[in-house]
Design a protein around this ligand. Sequence first.
Ligand code: PLP
Length: 450
Amino acid sequence: MKELKSHVMQTRSRTRSKEWFERAQLSLVEGVNSPSRGAAVYTSGPIMLERGKGSRVWDIDGNEYIDFMMSFGALIQGHANATIVKTVCEAMAEGSHFAAATSAEVETAERFRRMVPSAEVVRFTNTGSEATMLALRLARAHTGRRKFLKFEGHYHGWYDPYLLNANSHPPEQLGTVENPARIPDSEGIPLSIFDDVILAPWNDVAALERILTEHGRELAAVITEPIMANMGCILPREGYLQRLRELTRECGALLILDEVVTGFRYAPGGCQEYFGVQPDIGTFGKALGTGFPVGAVAGPRSILDRMQWSDKMVLHYGTFNGHRLTMKVVAANLDMLSAEGTYAKLHTVGNAAIAGLREVFRRRKVKAIVQGFGPMFQIYFTERAAIHDYRDYCKYVDTKLYSRFVHALLERGIYMTPSNGLHWIISTAHTEQDVQVLLEAADQACSGLA
Ligand SMILES: Cc1ncc(COP(=O)(O)O)c(C=O)c1O
């Protein structure tokens, strides 16, 4: 059989990354600006990235990688997309931001409304965290209720009340499904904040019915991701989101669909379009800004108009809200995403990667599954056929083996975070050739796993 030429890019030295990381630690906490980028995740120290183009990134030592992390999913158009670069240059030359009304924010909001089914109106924020924070405030004001329900293992940003059981923990610490241990994710939050939080297991209709029967009428909102993306990529069971929609409606709690990860990724209108579930409030971020910091809250006027100026308004200020440069970028991004065939390509490339990885693990006899579909997926080293929720993830997933596997890929020109809680991202810049290189690198990485 003829030997095929390998396209895997072997990483050479990371000397300069190491030197810069030493220097970084003198001025920055842990040498980074978010713990998920630091040495707690990258065991041999973070890789300093300097440049990106299309699906590729280069580190400070000149090593080239195909990037499958894509800024935790923000870069739906890949790196340095030519249209975005042009848009930024032109907009910047006119002035970045005025903190005043602009035509740019109107044009962007019009595009947003055309794409997102539930968006009668939209309010732009600067991050996903700000969007989910605002969503809860709106829900409380609208319903006159204080409590809300969040699911185990879901992350909705770093706002105090959401930071309960968003991190994974050893199974023996979790308590029972009926009486889950309530584990704050951060110091510095008064425990009384969590008195208003009802914690529930996700993807479990019976548990949901039981909990909503007991607490439903006290709830301002139930917040959920449509696809659980904080423990990798966990799909909702058939009919789960639809049942959640019915039950929240029955008890008068608003359904907040947190699409910060899934929005503009699976379909033009995100998962609310893909799964056909109409939330009361939708939150967005990441892919919306294709690398620029932006979030959004969308829904009906009856809820969002509560932000209108009055002595009973829901307050939402922000110097950088509707940032002009960012609005121009978002408009250009939404135009590109609306082009015929964009989502079909994202799904085709992603599904090729998923099928290929499954085949590699099968051939190499590695006990691993690949969960998700199309533009977002995750690999779990597990004996299970599927991971359905937080407890499955905490109990059955070998996250250390995953980290070793990804570190082996990082040596072979594939850029990905070694954190199993994140997910592989396909952008419009990825090609089937990129997938072939990934599969070859994954095949090589498997040989070191035994
Ligand atoms: C589902 C979800 N909601 C909200 C957020 C917060 O977004 P940001 O990091 O932009 O504040 C995240 C971030 O990862 C997220 O995954």
